[in-house]
Design a protein around this ligand. Sequence first.
Ligand code: EPZ
Length: 430
Amino acid sequence: MEQYVIKGGNPLYGEVEIGGAKNAALPILAAAIMTDETVTIENLPNVRDVNVLLQAIEQIGARVERVNEHKVKINGSFIRDLTVDNEFIRKIRASYYLIGALLGKYRKTAVALPGGCDIGSRPIDLHKKGFCAMGANVDISHGLFQVEAEHLIGTHIYLDKVSVGATINIMMAAALAEGKTVIENAAKEPHVVDVANFLNSMGANIRGAGTDVIRIVGVQKLHKTEYSIIPDQIEAGTYMFAVAAAGGDVIVTNVIPKHLEATTAKLIEAGCEVEEFDDAVRVISNGKLRRTQVTTLPYPGFPTDMQPQMAVLLGIAEGTSTVTESIFENRFRYVDELTRMGANIKVESNIAIINGVPKYTGARVNAPDLRAGAALVIAGLAAEGVTVIDDIHYILRGYENLDVKLRELGGKIELVTSEKELQKFILKVS
Ligand code: EPZ
């Protein structure tokens, strides 16, 4: 049993360093097996989803050498098994990236259907549409996504909905297909660009990543590379919002401020000061927050992965705010938990109507998914009294040393594994 226990009410001060982006790392690790040469990846976040994917890669035969916590060498020349299935891989969404990678390289694979955070129905029809358009046969049965192509041929693919996963997956397969693939209505997220840059550093020919039309000319094979993953914009945003809610003055380092524009704009609207540097942002907050409105949208819009953190902020802002979720239909599951901490939020369809309250009060709550869990940590830091968060395994999927980094900023938070440790913390802080 792992829990976070937090004594709120302490402003945050100092500097926090952001790690590599989880949602770039996962497809990059999958793409690393597309060559038979050794690939070195740096700035790898040491989080559970990454480690599960590395295990799966190892299980099919690839050599994985963990040089240190944040650096790995991968050699895909020893792959002998094209079926990826184990109880862990079924729990992570990013398992689907192995489909694009293995289909591209071997023209055949079977991968257990993805799980991941329960934030909506999360179909994979667009991935399937892309692979089929390139000439592959797809069969989804017995919990496996099975795909095979005698010839994988480049083609025009229009994505009916902007999808990060489908864009990246098709891009990976197309990198080793015959001829030219054009993906229209592609996702423009920074991690899509990072994966394209990574593949290009391996010899792929991908142009236009970061715009809504990506053009890929297939090559015969890919080669070794050394690559450093971009900083995690969502981890950065989470610390920025923690400072906003708890008050304080923090410099968030190792970020690309351009990737944080939507997050920064909303913080300023809510009454915080944000200064931008080359590779850092400084957030200053006196804890007095103003109402605003936000709608989640594909990049460069406000990220759905920051939506729960935003709602937590607005829950203690003066006035009535609204948060509209336009990407996933089930991303308000934290509202009941936050209500237990004193929030006044009503959800109508995909809109949360938030009437700001002066403060949260500590309570025992459950993390319903990764980002909602991180949002509850923010609420706990801002709250009066002690908050205990259960089910933090979700949070550990995507945040490295969250408790350690927050403690270094002056937050009173601990990861405990027993009732005894929990009581010890409460005694210490009371
Ligand atoms: C990625 O999920 C991220 N996951 C999510 O991160 C993130 O919330 C999401 O992109 C949006 O930015 C990983 O990178 C592992 P999508 P993904 O395909 O790829 C619909 C986190 O907390 N859709 O961009 O699954 C879908 O239902 C998480 O780190 C289809 O209809 O998201 C959604 O409405 C959770 N058919 C929209 O597209 C498909 O085949 C966008 O989803 C695929 C998606």
